[in-house]
Design a protein around this ligand. Structure first.
Ligand code: ASP
Length: 352
């Protein structure tokens, strides 16, 4: 295993799936790549400066053909190589990735190193592939350590596009979107494009204080959810002053006022199970068939929250949002104007 300051040692276990496909230049047929060509397809791996070992299924398989014997092959390889590596990346087809992640999480007990499973929607050799990003991010997370040299992730997790999800709480939710995996109930470990930066920071700044256990849901995959009153700190920049944090909290309470939540839900289709909604809201919601169905599908056991992601994208949360706070404190911006400015910034960010 890596000593302090030595290069991280990561073992990639390539099982198959779309991520490993490349087009045969002559026949144009997709075929699994030979692992030794990985660096040719993802030259940026060299920039990571990791020591990378690899093992591969022979032949690589479509994940619809995975069965428990394959799960145990992966688990045994992790076990056999456990002391020699700092982390493990399993490349896997998306169709049954969540099943394998669940199985491995139960098979590999007492982990103190990361086992990160990833794949992609487009083959790694395609120009627009998501496989390159997913592989590089998975490798970075598998290597991430805090200042005490402890691994940042010590469990089986799925990394896919913007989400790092607890292995046994993940589901495939799309056959097309790059954000193809989501988690039910408190399973998001990290969320957003800023996540790798946070991983590389000192452990004390772990995801801006983000604690996945406090997240109760996210109705819009890919957005930053304002999960509950305890979860908000994670998008308030850690660098702002205590006074600015107070103002930010006051702003959140403003956003969470009943009429603001109702307006949001009518516009975006969210639901707030713990909110006793007004008659006006019910009447307006009933006019929209989809919203009506949605609202009535929720009962007291449902854990879904209003999502403020549209005005709180992570990039705004980290930069522009902090810059606007002093204006809010000095009274130059009313909460309404603050909200409006954030919305404009959010739209600009979304268009980038
Ligand atoms: N059929 C493929 C698999 O699950 C799909 C994918 O990788 O996205 O292996």
């Amino acid at each position: 295993m890596t000593k302090n300051n030595a290069k991280p040692k990561i073992l990639i276990i390539y099982t198959g799936g779309t991520i490993g496909m490349i087009e045969d230049p002559v026949s144009k047929v997709l075929k699994p790549f030979d692992f030794s060509h990985l660096i040719d397809n993802v030259p940026k791996i060299k920039k990571l400066d990791f020591e990378i070992g690899n093992l591969q299924f022979d032949p690589p398989i479509d994940s619809s053909n995975m069965n428990p014997s394959h799960w145990s092959m992966i688990a045994k390889e992790v076990e056999a190589n456990y002391d020699d590596y700092d982390g493990f990346v399993v490349l896997h087809g998306t169709d049954t990735m969540a099943y394998t992640a669940s199985a491995l999480s139960f098979m590999l007990e007492n982990l103190d190193k990361p086992v990160i499973i990833t794949g992609s929607q487009l083959p790694i050799g395609e120009v627009r592939t998501d496989g390159e990003e997913n592989l590089l991010t998975a490798l970075q997370i598998a290597a991430a350590r805090n200042s005490r040299s402890d691994a940042m992730v010590t469990e089986v997790a799925i990394l896919f596009e913007n989400h790092l999800l607890r292995g046994n709480r993940s589901s495939k939710v799309s056959a097309d979107n790059f954000n193809a995996f989501m988690s039910n109930n408190a399973a998001v470990i990290a969320n957003g494009s800023w996540m790798v930066g946070d991983f590389l920071e000192d452990g004390g700044k772990w995801s801006n204080g983000f604690d996945g256990a406090t997240v109760r849901g996210d109705v819009l995959p890919g957005n930053v959810a304002l999960a509950n009153n305890d979860g908000y700190q994670y998008w308030i920049p850690a660098s702002v002053s205590a006074e600015e944090q107070e103002v930010a909290k006051a702003f959140i309470l403003f956003v969470l006022q009943q009429d603001n939540i109702e307006a949001y839900m009518l516009a975006e289709g969210g639901v707030a199970p713990k909110l006793t909604v007004s008659e006006e809201y019910t009447a307006t919601a009933s006019e929209n068939k989809l919203l009506y169905e949605y609202v009535n599908a929720v009962n007291k056991d449902t854990i879904i929250v209003p999502n403020a992601g549209d005005i709180m994208t992570s990039s705004i949360g980290n930069t522009e949002f902090g810059n606007l706070l002093p204006l809010l404190i000095s009274g130059e911006l009313t909460p309404e104007a603050f909200c409006a400015q954030l919305s404009v910034l959010a739209q600009e960010t979304a268009l980038d």
